[in-house]
Design a protein around this ligand. Structure first.
Ligand SMILES: Nc1ncnc2c1ncn2[C@@H]1O[C@H](COP(=O)(O)OP(=O)(O)OP(=O)(O)O)[C@@H](O)[C@H]1O
Length: 322
C-alpha cells in the first residue's frame, strides 16, 4: 500500500522530515527543517516545556500573569502556557493581564480577542487602563504631543501599567510574548547606542529590576535592518540573539544603580521614574519635557547604593524588563 508520504513525494511536494508522512507546510528558520503542522506544533510546545523545566521558570502554586495584548504572540503564549500547565501539572494559577492604552480602533479591537481568550482558556482577566492609572488615554496624549513622540509615552506607560496590573493581581511572575525578532531588535539597539549595561541583560530569559524597552522610531529601523538580514540568511535573528547572549561585561565596569522613584515608588535609577517625568510634563502643559535620551530629566542619580530586589507583590510596581 502506498503511504501518504509516498503520494506526497510523487505529487512533487515536500514531506515532513519528522513523520515522513504528511505534507510539509513550514520551514523552520531555526533548524531549516521542513515540517507538517502537527509535528511543528508538537515540537514547538515540547521545546517550550523543556525550556520552562531547564530554566526552572516556575514553581508549583505560583501566580503568573500573562501580558495579553490580543496580538498573535501573546495569544499563542496564553494558549501554550495554559495547555502545558494542565498537561504537565505545573500547578500554576494563570491570569490574563491587559493594558488598555485608550487607542480607538486599535486596542479596543484587540481587547475583544483577549476577552475571547479569557472565555476559551477559562483564565481570569484583569484590564488596567491608562485613563485610570494616569488620567490620560493615548488618544488624548497624541492630541497634545502629535504622532512623532507618542511612542515614548506609550512604551513607558505600558511597561509600568503591566507592573501595576501585576501588583493588583498579586502575581509572582509576569510573562510576555516577546518573540525572537523583538529580542534581536533590542540587542541591535543596545549595541548601536553603546548601552553595555542593557546589552548584557536584554537576552536574559527572566528579568530583574529595570526596563529596556526602547519605544521609538529607531526600533523601526532596527526591525527593517534585521528583516533585510533575515532575507539573506534566515538564521540572522537567532545569530544576533546569540551574540547578545555571549556578550559579557567586565566585573569592574560601573553600572547605574537602581533605586525607587520618589514620587510613585516605581523602580528608577533617577529621582523620578520616566513615567512620572512624562506625566508631569503632560499635566503641566509641557508634554515634550521628558522626551529625549536621558532617563529622567528631573533629579539626580540615586546614590543610596542599595540594590532593590523585591517580588512584584512587594512593591508598588514590579519587575518586567523589556
Ligand atoms: N496592551 C498590552 N497589554 C498586555 N500585554 C501587552 C500589551 N502590549 C504588549 N504586551 C505584552 O508585550 C509583548 C510584546 O509586545 P508587542 O508590542 O510586541 O505586542 P503586540 O504586537 O501587541 O502583540 P503580540 O506581540 O502579542 O503579537 C506582548 O506579546 C504582550 O505579552
Amino acid at each position: 500500500m502506498e503511504g501518504e508520504g509516498e503520494r506526497e513525494r510523487k505529487r512533487g511536494g515536500r514531506v515532513c522530515c519528522v513523520c515522513n508522512e504528511a505534507r510539509a507546510s513550514v520551514k523552520r528558520p531555526k533548524t531549516l527543517q521542513h515540517m507538517c503542522r502537527e509535528c511543528f506544533f508538537h515540537a514547538f510546545e515540547s521545546e517550550i516545556h523543556h525550556l520552562i523545566l531547564n530554566n526552572s521558570l516556575f514553581s508549583p502554586g505560583e501566580r503568573v500573569a500573562i501580558g495579553a495584548s490580543g496580538g498573535k504572540d501573546s495569544t499563542v503564549l496564553a494558549y501554550v502556557l495554559s495547555k502545558l500547565n494542565r498537561l504537565h501539572n505545573y500547578g500554576l494559577h494563570l491570569f490574563l493581564l491587559s493594558v488598555d492604552e485608550g487607542i480607538t480602533g486599535y486596542r479596543d479591537d484587540s481587547l475583544q480577542t483577549v476577552h475571547r481568550n479569557h472565555l476559551q482558556y477559562q483564565l481570569p482577566l484583569q484590564v488596567v487602563s491608562y485613563k485610570d492609572l494616569y488620567g490620560w488615554t493615548m488618544d488624548q496624549i497624541v492630541d497634545v504631543i502629535g504622532f512623532k513622540n507618542n511612542c515614548t509615552f506609550c512604551g513607558v506607560f505600558r511597561r509600568q501599567a503591566l507592573d501595576r496590573g501585576a501588583a493588583l493581581l498579586k502575581v509572582d511572575k509576569l510573562v510576555t510574548g516577546h518573540n525572537a525578532d523583538d529580542i534581536a531588535e533590542t540587542v541591535l539597539l543596545n549595541l548601536l547606542r553603546g548601552d553595555v549595561a542593557r546589552l548584557s541583560r536584554c537576552t536574559s530569559i527572566t528579568t530583574g529590576e529595570d526596563g529596556i524597552y526602547s519605544p521609538n522610531a529607531y526600533r523601526g529601523f532596527a526591525r527593517e535592518f534585521i528583516k533585510d538580514l533575515e532575507r539573506i540568511r534566515p538564521r540572522a535573528i537567532l545569530d544576533i540573539i546569540k551574540s547578545g547572549e555571549n556578550f559579557r561585561i567586565s566585573t569592574t565596569t560601573k553600572m547605574p544603580e537602581q533605586g525607587t522613584c520618589q514620587r510613585c515608588g516605581y523602580i528608577s535609577s533617577q529621582k523620578w521614574c520616566k513615567a512620572c517625568v512624562l506625566l508631569d510634563g503632560l499635566n503641566r502643559g509641557l508634554p515634550k519635557l521628558g522626551i529625549g535620551r536621558s532617563r529622567g530629566s528631573v533629579g539626580s542619580e540615586n546614590g543610596n547604593g542599595s540594590k532593590v530586589e523585591k517580588s512584584i507583590q512587594g512593591k508598588q510596581c514590579g519587575t518586567l524588563d523589556f
